[in-house]
Design a protein around this ligand. Structure first.
Ligand SMILES: Nc1nc2[nH]cnc2c(=O)[nH]1
Ligand SMILES: [Zn+2]
Length: 480
């Protein structure tokens, strides 16, 4: 009898329980229900790799599963997350990395249409970059055939990189936005889909009226809500940023978000030139952040991309609203926006997740986002070392456990899905990535006999790529 347990993974399991607690279960046992939820997560006593049949038999009695549903991870595998990430730590057999755990990754900020020019156009700062590269490329999504093929490739790429949940910006086009939502539903990726809204300061060929923007936002939300995705694909209200939305549009979108109880995503305080522009447009507001607060867009379901240059009073507004920050370090470096002090945001109690911000960021990989987040935090640390002469403490760099948290549970909190995904807590849906560190095929990770579990995880985060991602699950369903 299976007792409703459809799959049991056996191996080393690693996941974030909080920012400061990365749990590593060496001989882990993780059971899944038929609905794809975590039924149990146990540590079977013993050393890595010495799990014997008798221990497993005993566990099957205790937890009520049939031995036939057990999947033992191989010598070189572990699971890593996309957005909400689970890590299976590794087992060493014959001095080779044997087995590792699942991990999901959550991309809190990505522009799906910009995937088509990822890795190009990193030579200009934000406002010029938008005008020269971004708006013309996004405009092409008025063609549904083009949108279908481009979005299919974007979603396939992010899934391939282990992103199990993504908060997508689409374009102003409702048809193309529906196509993106349909692709996510069909491929099984968990996603928030935003029809981009912009009714000012945009090219004459890539702009919408306030009325149309509000109408199509409702229409797309209706469409997404009727997709049968078990709530895994959801609409998100998406004013591009204050510079491209009139007051009337921002108020209108806030009303829709409130009425439909929807999350909101936008950009905030990314570059100095952008901040100046918004402050000029809204002299009646006390700050850029206050523009959103005054228009009803700063809620506990708001995802604010970047937040690089926030003043203390703006950070307080963000904290008081319990809004979240999508930290996008690659983009902040690539289009010359600045370095976000994530340690300070975290210390002040602000929710933070990671985003790739494709194509401001040149990589669609959350592994890259983790690496760049560490680098950004080290730049912040080095720049603050001098300040310590004045008696102030330098800002400590992020460590491995912290960036894994940001890429998984942290992102889940920002998107308000931490009750559903983010780690392997019992009752949550199983969104996971199986990482395989076996050598060969030109793979970039080499594990040696002296490497422990943490070394293996660290090597994957710093040197791994999609060749190390063997399987991906969302809601217990294998999607890759
Ligand atoms: N990085 C980034 N910032 C923005 N601000 C407004 N639009 C965008 C965009 O597409 N990318
Ligand atoms: Zn962005």
């Amino acid at each position: 009898m299976t007792g409703g347990i459809e799959t049991v993974f056996v191996g080393c399991i690693v996941h974030s329980k909080s920012l400061t607690e990365l749990e590593v279960i060496e001989n882990g046992l993780l059971g899944l229900t038929a609905e794809g939820k975590v039924a149990f997560l146990q540590n079977l006593v013993g050393n890595r790799g010495d799990l014997c049949d008798e221990t497993l038999q005993n566990a099957s009695q205790t937890f009520g599963f049939d031995i036939s549903v057990v999947q033992k991870l191989t010598a070189t595998q572990f699971l890593l997350p996309g957005f909400v990430s689970h890590l299976w730590a590794s087992l060493l057999l014959d001095n080779v990395l044997t087995c590792a755990p699942p991990n999901e990754q959550i991309d809190t900020h990505i522009h799906a249409p910009q995937y088509v020019f990822t890795g190009t156009g990193c030579d200009l700062p934000l406002l010029q970059w938008l005008e020269k590269y971004t708006f013309p490329r996004e405009q092409a999504f008025s063609d549904p055939t083009y949108a279908q093929s481009a979005y299919q490739r974007a979603v396939t790429r992010t899934l391939r990189n282990g992103t199990t949940t993504a908060a997508y910006y689409a374009t102003i086009h409702s048809e193309a936005t529906k196509i993106l939502a349909t692709i996510c539903a069909e491929t099984g990726q968990r996603a928030f889909i935003g029809k981009v809204c912009m009714d000012r300061n945009s090219p004459s060929t890539y702009i919408e009226s306030t009325e149309d923007s509000l109408k199509t936002t409702n229409e797309v939300a209706d469409f997404i809500s009727q997709l049968s995705t078990k709530g895994r694909v959801k609409p998100i209200i998406t004013p591009r940023f204050a510079a491209s939305c009139t007051s009337e549009l921002m108020h209108g979108l806030a009303n829709i978000a409130k009425k439909r109880d929807l999350p909101i995503q936008t950009h905030l305080s990314e570059s100095h030139a952008e901040i100046e522009m918004v402050e000029k447009l809204h002299p009646e507001c006390s700050s850029y952040t206050a523009v959103y607060a005054d228009h009803g867009l700063l809620t506990n379901k708001t995802v604010l991309a970047h937040c690089v240059h926030l003043s203390p009073s703006e950070r307080k507004l963000v904290y008081d609203a319990n809004a979240g920050v999508a930290h996008c370090p690659n983009s902040n470096f690539s289009i010359l926006s600045g370095v976000c002090n994530v340690r300070r945001l975290l210390q002040e109690g602000i929710k933070v997740g990671l985003g790739t911000d494709v194509a401001g960021g040149y990589s669609a990989s959350m592994m890259d986002a983790m690496r760049q987040a560490v680098i950004a935090s080290k730049v912040t640390f080095m720049n603050s070392r001098d300040a310590s002469k004045d008696g102030r403490k330098p800002w400590q760099p992020l460590n491995l456990g912290e960036v894994l948290y940001l890429a998984t549970l942290g992102g889940a909190k920002v998107l308000g899905v931490d009750g559903v995904v983010g780690n392997f807590e019992v009752g949550k849906e199983f969104d996971a990535v199986l990482v395989d560190l076996k050598p060969g095929d030109g793979r970039c990770v080499d594990v040696f006999g002296h490497d422990g579990i943490m070394d293996s995880i660290e090597k994957f985060v710093y040197n791994g790529d999609d060749r190390n991602i063997a399987k991906v699950w969302v809601g217990g369903r294998q999607v890759l």
